[in-house]
Ligand binder design. Structure first.
Ligand SMILES: [Zn+2]
Length: 301
């Protein structure tokens, strides 16, 4: 049975239609509207496109930035017009079908658990290191978003204090309204902010990463130490079979080796190392995971 997934981000909405062997057969991308009603209409139009491609009312999932209450409460999404709205219920109403709405990092983690680096593993954690820092827990090929829908929101756990103090970094404010969150340091913008504080240089995250073996080595070491500490915290709370890294910073050359050198896989002396891997699904992961969840919700999987 065909399925469709929509990846909803701050700048673009992308729909992908998959056939029953999970080959992508069509794709359409539109800019993300600023107004909630317009955003619902844009998704409705993408759903119609997917229906036309599939030749039926296709099962549909949406992976979006934000936190979505499994009990249908208002969405929390700082940079999207869905913030404060009962987004899941409104989508179901507009699209005249059940819609599997989930956090995009959770959708990507599900895709990796089923199709990607986590294939065959019982418990998979996806960790997205990009413009934000997010994650998702998947158990036995099913997303586990927890009671409030926040399981895996690891970007808003506390960044490791010893690294911050040793490096002489301040306690950064986070976009969530709290201070000292991992995301404030380990996201792309966080990496650039650390570079500014430690070297006085105003660089993009890509520029910092490109100079990680040169002028930005101290900054990169800090990033690796903080990310390794986050990965250890994930291991200590979830203890997954594998942690799969995704997002822009996961594509920096040699990042896996650098994180291993920083102790990301070391938990306790004598305990075997945790397993880290890079995502395999690329840009299609969130849409593919959301589509897969839609088929699961419909009982087809
Ligand atoms: Zn935060």
């Amino acid at each position: 049975m065909a399925a469709a997934g929509i990846d909803l981000g701050g700048t673009k909405i992308e729909a992908r239609v998959f056939d029953d062997t999970w080959v992508e057969v069509a794709r359409r991308r539109v800019p993300t509207p600023d107004r909630y009603e317009d955003l619902l209409s844009a998704i409705e139009a993408l759903a119609s496109f997917a229906d036309t491609v599939a030749g039926c009312k296709v099962p549909l999932g949406v992976g979006s930035a934000g936190v979505f209450d499994p009990q249908g409460g208002p969405a929390v999404a700082a940079n999207l017009a869905v913030n404060g709205h009962p987004f899941g219920a409104d989508l179901t109403g507009r699209l005249r079908r059940p819609v599997s709405l989930m956090n995009d990092a959770v959708a990507s983690a599900l895709s990796e658990a089923v199709f990607g680096a986590g294939r065959g593993a019982d418990v998979v954690v996806g960790l997205s290191l990009g413009t934000g820092v997010g994650g998702g827990v998947v158990r036995h090929r099913r997303p586990d978003e927890g009671a409030l829908g926040v399981a895996g929101e690891v970007g808003h756990m506390a960044a490791a204090a010893h690294v911050i103090v040793d490096a002489g970094l301040p306690v950064f404010a986070c976009g969530c309204g709290r201070r000292g969150c991992v995301e404030a340091y380990v996201s792309g913008p966080g990496l650039a902010r650390m570079a500014l504080h430690l070297t006085g240089e105003e660089l993009t995250p890509e520029e910092v990463a490109a100079q990680r073996q040169g002028a930005m080595s101290t900054v990169w070491t800090c990033w690796c130490d903080l990310t390794a500490a986050l990965i250890r915290q994930i291991t200590l709370t979830v203890d997954p079979d594998i942690i799969v890294l995704a997002g822009g910073l996961s594509r920096v050359d040699g990042v896996l080796g650098d994180l291993r050198s920083a102790g990301a896989e070391d938990v306790f002396e004598g305990v075997r190392p945790a397993r880290l891997a890079l995502a395999e699904g690329g840009d299609a992961s969130a849409a593919r995971g959301a589509a897969y969840a839609a088929l699961q919700a419909g009982g087809a999987l």
